[in-house]
Design a protein around this ligand. Sequence first.
Ligand SMILES: Nc1ncnc2c1ncn2[C@@H]1O[C@H](COP(=O)(O)OP(=O)(O)OP(=O)(O)O)[C@@H](O)[C@H]1O
Length: 372
Amino acid sequence: MIEFRDVTKTYDGGQPAVDSLTMDIERGKITVFVGPSGCGKTTSLRMINRMVEPTSGRILLDGQDVAEQKAAELRRSMGYVMQSSGLMPHRTVLDNIATVPRLNGVARSTARARAKELLDVVGLAPELGRRYPGQLSGGQQQRVGVARALAADPPVLLMDEPFSAVDPVVRAELQSELIRLQRDLAKTIVFVTHDIDEATILGDRVAVFAVGGRLAQFADPEEILRAPVDDFVAGFVGRDRGFRHLSFQEGEDVTIHPIETIETGRLADPSVTVNSPWTLLVDAEGRPHGWVPEATRESVTSQADAVPGGSLYTRGDSLRRALDASLSSPSGLGVTVDDDGRVVGVVRAAEVFELIEAGRLDRGRANYNTAV
Ligand SMILES: Nc1ncnc2c1ncn2[C@@H]1O[C@H](COP(=O)(O)OP(=O)(O)OP(=O)(O)O)[C@@H](O)[C@H]1O
């Protein structure tokens, strides 16, 4: 557990960058610091490992004041990942990952063996270990940065906008990987971002900072979206917060309807006809490949002629995903797949809305019953 106790940081006698911050960061959870630029997120993060010293107040790590620990040792005892991966350009990927264990006195061969394991943990191919950072993509460099931070198996991981320099697709992949990793590792992660979507996807708890280094709200992401404490937080979480909030509503009650499919390999077979306005094209394993509208069936002879599909909904995922799949689908039918990516049917936006409304009524009744 990391405890901030009335911590203030003022640089060069100016306005506080962090103002009287008091909060508890739970062990084994992801706590996200989010807020607009310049509101003191990075300063707060860096005070945990004493890269920045507070002007006043105390920070306790498992009950011990970090000010009483040697700064260099403290820093080495926590993983740190930043926006630019911060890798040493003249060292190979494996040597970069092995840096902290080597500084801690671990033998070179042991440190490199562990580095190889970590490449796999962060989803990188073993041969990338021999390359130099400049020979990797931005997303791969960030994965190496995460591997390096994990190398000494620290209980605490500090992450400062680690995914903000990569494109949105890679960013989403890295976010999913971090969630997957955290399921096994259960580190205490403090993660800085200015992106509220990233904060609500990753955070077990989200701290919204306001300009002037003030902690505006500290709660779980569902609550931040449902009940922002003031106009600042409401403005920051944005106009789409109703839509984002659907991420926290489970979609297991959404009705999955059957859908007519054609295998791509049988497109040229004239005996295969379609009888519905939209037919789904699938590969031999039943994975979706696009849509065939009834009117153009005759001219569709390969996958390239089909209308590309929208996002996919994995059975049981949130209402947000179900709605997005149906709204982004050219047919208006959200393609639903199982965990192996095979089509199991389709969902309809109108029925997702019905579930949202039913949930609202249930919550309204529950509130009424509590009130009377
Ligand atoms: N070394 C420094 N010297 C002087 N002022 C600083 C220093 N580091 C940060 N500041 C100031 O402290 C305030 C908070 O900065 P900080 O980097 O902590 O914010 P942030 O929320 O992480 O911002 P961003 O999202 O832009 O990285 C800003 O006004 C910034 O200009």
